[in-house]
Design a protein around this ligand. Structure first.
Ligand SMILES: C=C(O[C@@H]1C=C(C(=O)O)C=C[C@H]1O)C(=O)O
Length: 200
């Protein structure tokens, strides 16, 4: 597709037209991978304690906690929410995959599982902050439609064997579905004054 410059995209005179293709996306990919890699332990904990995989209040707490941080870092809060909701969905897919396997195998309890509240969730919380920082670093690339193929290729390589292709694909959706570029002022379609909330 032709994403060449139109006058509307340079109207503020300081936003770069395209982000440098050199922004390193590897730290972001690695953090996403690391987050999902904790999910087999989460699943083992819940299996042992016969807990539900879904914990919606916990999910909401994560989302509520990141809005202000995202904004402060220059990542649109609505997009950050979308990104983390995808990470959470992918996380639950992995847990469900493990549960299904264990149910089939009539698996008993696991030994030496780290505690969810005391150990795993604090690690997840630390990863949330790190992910937000990397999203901010990567934002110019994420918001650049010209880099979507590169981003998709980068994200294909989730390292961990415990991450299924389905879960990896789900986690990458917000990075490659064009939602970031739609939120970037650069790539906004020209809006009417009314849509911008301006009075004539
Ligand atoms: C990882 C967990 O499982 C689910 C996934 C969550 C996540 O990805 O952060 C949060 C809550 C649960 O719905 C958890 O319970 O902590």
């Amino acid at each position: 597709a032709d994403i060449s410059v139109t006058p509307t995209s340079v109207k503020d005179g300081k936003t770069p037209l395209t982000a440098p293709a050199t922004i390193n996306l590897e730290p972001l990919r690695r953090l996403m991978d690391e987050r999902l890699s904790l999910m087999p332990d989460v699943a083992r904990y819940k299996w042992n304690t016969k807990s539900a995989i879904d914990d919606l209040p916990r999910e909401q707490k994560i989302i509520d906690g990141l809005t202000a941080k995202a904004l402060a870092l220059g990542v649109p809060a609505a997009w950050a929410e979308q990104f983390f909701r995808a990470q959470i969905e992918a996380a639950k897919v992995i847990q469900r995959e493990h549960f299904a396997r264990w149910e089939k195998a009539g698996m008993g309890s696991f030994a030496d599982v780290p505690d969810l509240g005391a150990e795993i969730r604090p690690r997840l919380d630390a990863l949330t902050s790190q992910l937000l920082r990397e999203l901010a670093v990567a934002w110019p690339a994420l918001a650049d439609p010209a880099q979507r193929d590169r981003i998709a290729t980068t994200m294909q390589g989730m390292l961990s064997v415990s991450i299924s292709r389905e879960a990896a694909a789900l986690a990458a959706v917000p990075l490659i579905d064009g939602s970031a570029s739609m939120l970037a002022p650069n790539n906004d379609l020209p809006r009417t004054a009314t849509e911008n909330g301006e009075k004539n």
